[in-house]
Design a protein around this ligand. Structure first.
Ligand code: CP
Ligand code: NVA
Length: 310
C-alpha cells in the first residue's frame, strides 16, 4: 500500500522520529563523501503551480544524490484542472514515476492527484499546508538542541500554511507551540482541531494568542514567515499595516529565552516580518533550515519509495 505525505498527520510520531534520524544519518554520510544510492533507477516528478527556489532545488538535488532521476513539470505545461483532470494527472504520472511532489494553490488538487496515483505523493506546499518545511525545521531544532523534548516554539505572524503545519508538527512531536497572530489571521480551525486531537496523544501544548510578546515569552525558538503568501500579493500593503506589531526584531527576541534561536522558512522580506539584524544574526538558524530541506526530504523520499532499503 503506497503512503502519501500530504500532511504531517499522515505519519506517526514514531515515523517522524525515524525520518529525522535517517535525515541526520544521510546528512552525515553526504558530508563524509559517501554515496547513498537508495533510489537508484527511481524517478521523481515535481509539479509546480507556484514559484519555488528551495522546494524545487532541494527535491531535484536530493533525488540525484539518492541515485534517481527527476523531471520538473510546470502548470503551464500540464494544465491540471484545465487541460486534464487531477485524477488523470495522478494516474498518468504513476505510469512513469515512483514518487510525485506537488505544489498547488488548492490543497484539494494534491489530495485528488494522490487519490488517483498509485505512487506516493508529497505535498510541496499548498495554500493549507507545508509539511516538508516543518520536517526541515524539526530536524534543525533537533540538531541544534540535541533533542526536541521539552522545546517551546513561538510562531509569530500569519496563521498560514506554515503555521498550520507547525500545529501538526508540534502536536506530533510533543512540543509546546505558541502561535501569536492578529485577530482574523489565526491558523485554520479544522487543522487546529486535528492538531489538538493529536496533541492529546503526545502531551504537546498548542496555544494561539494575539500578543506577540506573550507568544515569544521564554521560547526556545522564534519562527516567522511572510505576511502575504504566494497568491496574496494584492493584500500585501494592507497586511503590512496589520502585521507590523508582529515583526521579529531584536526587541521581540529579548522576550524569548536568552538562548533562543530565530527561524524563517524563506523567502524573507527583511524589514517586514523579520529584521535583517535577526535574520543574519548569530541566533539565526535560517540557512541551516534551508539546507535541511535537502536532508529531510531525502529521508522522506527514501521512506516513501524504498522503505526497506536504508
Ligand atoms: N521555503 C520554501 O518552500 O521555499 P520555496 O518557496 O523557494 O520552495
Ligand atoms: N507562506 C509562504 C511560504 C513560502 C515558502 C507562502 O505560501 O508563500
Amino acid at each position: 500500500m503506497k503512503r502519501d505525505l500530504l500532511s504531517l498527520a499522515d505519519v506517526t510520531p514514531a515515523e517522524i522520529d525515524s525520518l529525522l534520524s535517517l535525515a541526520i544519518d544521510l546528512k552525515a554520510r553526504r558530508k563524509r563523501g559517501e554515496s547513498t544510492p537508495l533510489l537508484a533507477d527511481k524517478a521523481l516528478a515535481v509539479y509546480l503551480e507556484k514559484p519555488s527556489l528551495r522546494t524545487r532545488a532541494s527535491f531535484e538535488v536530493g533525488m540525484v544524490q539518492l541515485g534517481g532521476a527527476v523531471t520538473t513539470l510546470r502548470k503551464e505545461e500540464v494544465g491540471l484542472g484545465t487541460r486534464e483532470s487531477a485524477g488523470d494527472v495522478g494516474q498518468v504520472l504513476s505510469r512513469y514515476y515512483d514518487v510525485v511532489v506537488m505544489r498547488t494553490f488548492e490543497h484539494d488538487d494534491v489530495t485528488e492527484v494522490a487519490r488517483h496515483a498509485s505512487v506516493p505523493v508529497i505535498n510541496g506546499l499548498t495554500d493549507l499546508l507545508h509539511p516538508c518545511q516543518i520536517l526541515a525545521a524539526l530536524l534543525t531544532l533537533r540538531e541544534h538542541f540535541g533533542s526536541l523534548s521539552g522545546l517551546h516554539v513561538a510562531y509569530v505572524g500569519d496563521g498560514n500554511n506554515v503555521a498550520n503545519s507547525w500545529l501538526l508538527g508540534a502536536a506530533q512531536t510533543g512540543l509546546r507551540l505558541t502561535v501569536s497572530c492578529p485577530p482574523g489571521y489565526e491558523p485554520n480551525a479544522a487543522i487546529r482541531e486535528q492538531a489538538e486531537g493529536l496533541a492529546r496523544g503526545t502531551g504537546a501544548v498548542l496555544e494561539v494568542v494575539e500578543d506577540p510578546r506573550q507568544g515569544v515569552s521564554g521560547a526556545d525558538a522564534v519562527y516567522t514567515d511572510v505576511w502575504a503568501s504566494m497568491g496574496q500579493e494584492a493584500e500585501a500593503a494592507r497586511r503590512a499595516e496589520i502585521f507590523r506589531p508582529y515583526q521579529v526584531g531584536t526587541e521581540l527576541m529579548v522576550g524569548a529565552a536568552s538562548h533562543a534561536v530565530a527561524m524563517h522558512c524563506l523567502p524573507a522580506h527583511r524589514g517586514e516580518e523579520i529584521t535583517a539584524e535577526v535574520l543574519e544574526g548569530p541566533r539565526s538558524l535560517v540557512f541551516e533550515e534551508a539546507e535541511n530541506r535537502l536532508h529531510a526530504q531525502k529521508a522522506l523520499l527514501a521512506f516513501l519509495v524504498n522503505p526497506e532499503g536504508r
